[in-house]
Structure formats: structure tokens, C-alpha cells
Design a protein around this ligand. Structure first.
Ligand SMILES: O=C(O)COP(=O)(O)O
Ligand SMILES: [Mg+2]
Length: 221
């Protein structure tokens, strides 16, 4: 039996759920190392923190915390580097294109709720053809709150014109599941994302988990 009620729309997290943006996030911060004469570090060094944005990337590249006095300037340099490369290596996870095609064929509206700022998420989703049929893209700064607060999820449901209870939220991080549950949505943890075997979706309280994008179809009727 389904752990949630009938679903009329699917909302997705972006990084680590629909797209693998880790190679470009890692390249943007690694460029800052080589610009300073430091060794380049492999993508595997950065990948597991790709969902944590500038804080995660600068922490791994320079062991720098957000309370460091240079953090704001370093973050802006990282942002500019990222803007310049963010569509170079970023791609949808295997199976995402087929999943979206299935949702579109079934007439199920879908959208994106990400913590990534509009400055990056809007151009990125416009550049990738997969997102042409997304009904909405709600970003970390679209509303006054970001996940784990439920407000961006409420905003996405409002834009699609459905009650939150009719929406499913799929994400790869605990904050996604906390936000989805607080919004009253069915929640699915994507374990193929960045946390990998460090993730414990059962402890997060997700209604279910999927280890491939296409496995989501098992939760839709
Ligand atoms: O860039 C971030 O902060 C994370 O983005 P996400 O919410 O799409 O995983
Ligand atoms: Mg994510």
C-alpha cells in the first residue's frame, strides 16, 4: 500500500537528484586552487559535498569556514567561476530523461525546488532541454526561506495549482525530506545522489527511497 495519498504532481530537488552538477562545482573551486599555485584535487575529493554549495566546496578546497573574514570574497570568486562553466560537464543522471518523458506522457505536472540561487538555477535550467516541460523552478532565494523550511515547496505547489498533499517531493538530502514532510507532501529519498552510502533515508523519515531515477515510477499510478 502506498505510504501517501494520490499524487497529481512531482517536485524534484535539482543538484544530486535530477542533474549531476558536481563536476562543474568541483572545477569552479579547483580553478581557484590552481590560480593560487596549489595542486589540483580530483573530483572525488569534492563530489560528496556538491549538495552543500559554496560552503561545501570552499571548505574542501581551502579548509575555509563561512566565518573566515575572506569567505565572502572567495565565495564570490567561486560563484563567478561557476557561472562561467556551469553547463560544461553538468548532465542529467542516467534515467532522468526517460523519467521526465514518462511524466510528460502521463500528463503529470512536475517542477523543481532547489536551494541553489536563482542566479545559477534559472540560466542552468533554461540551458538544459530536459527542463523545457518543467512547470516551475523555485530556488533557494525565490521565497524568504530555503529548505529545510517548507515555504519553497508551498510556493511550487501554489504555482502548479495543487494542494501540497497532492505533490510528491524527491530529493537526495535530509533537508529535502524534512522540508517535504513539513509541507505535508509524500517524500522520496534519491539514494543515487551525492550522499551515497552515507545517506540513511530511513532515519530522515522519508516515505520511500529510490536507487535509480526510473524507480520513481513504482510510486506513481
Ligand atoms: O546548491 C545547493 O545549495 C543545493 O542544491 P539542491 O537543493 O538542488 O540540492
Ligand atoms: Mg540535492
Amino acid at each position: 500500500m502506498s505510504p501517501f495519498g494520490p499524487i497529481d504532481a512531482v517536485l524534484f530537488d535539482l543538484d544530486g537528484t535530477l542533474i549531476d552538477s558536481a563536476p562543474d562545482l568541483g572545477a569552479a573551486v579547483d580553478r581557484m586552487r590552481t590560480d593560487r599555485g596549489l595542486d589540483s584535487l580530483p573530483l572525488s575529493h569534492y563530489r560528496h559535498m556538491a549538495g552543500a554549495g559554496a560552503r561545501g566546496m570552499l571548505g574542501l578546497a581551502f579548509d575555509m569556514k563561512p566565518d573566515h573574514p575572506d569567505f565572502p570574497a572567495m565565495r564570490e570568486e567561486f560563484f563567478v567561476n561557476y557561472e562561467n562553466c556551469m553547463t560544461e560537464r553538468t548532465h542529467a543522471f542516467d534515467g532522468v530523461a526517460e523519467l521526465i518523458a514518462q511524466l510528460d506522457a502521463r500528463g503529470l505536472p512536475w517542477g523543481v525546488v532547489t536551494n541553489k540561487a536563482e542566479r545559477f538555477s534559472l540560466p542552468l535550467t533554461r540551458a538544459i532541454p530536459l527542463f523545457a516541460t518543467a512547470r516551475t523552478v523555485v530556488c533557494g532565494d525565490t521565497t524568504p526561506h530555503s529548505k529545510p523550511h517548507p515555504e519553497p515547496l508551498f510556493e511550487a505547489a501554489r504555482r502548479i495549482g495543487l494542494a501540497p498533499e497532492r505533490c510528491l517531493y524527491v530529493g537526495d538530502d535530509e533537508r529535502d525530506i524534512i522540508a517535504g514532510r513539513a509541507a505535508g507532501m509524500g517524500t522520496i529519498a534519491a539514494t543515487y545522489g551525492y550522499l551515497g552510502n552515507k545517506a540513511d533515508p530511513a532515519a530522515w523519515g522519508a516515505h520511500a527511497s529510490i536507487d535509480t531515477p526510473l524507480a520513481l515510477l513504482n510510486w506513481l499510478n
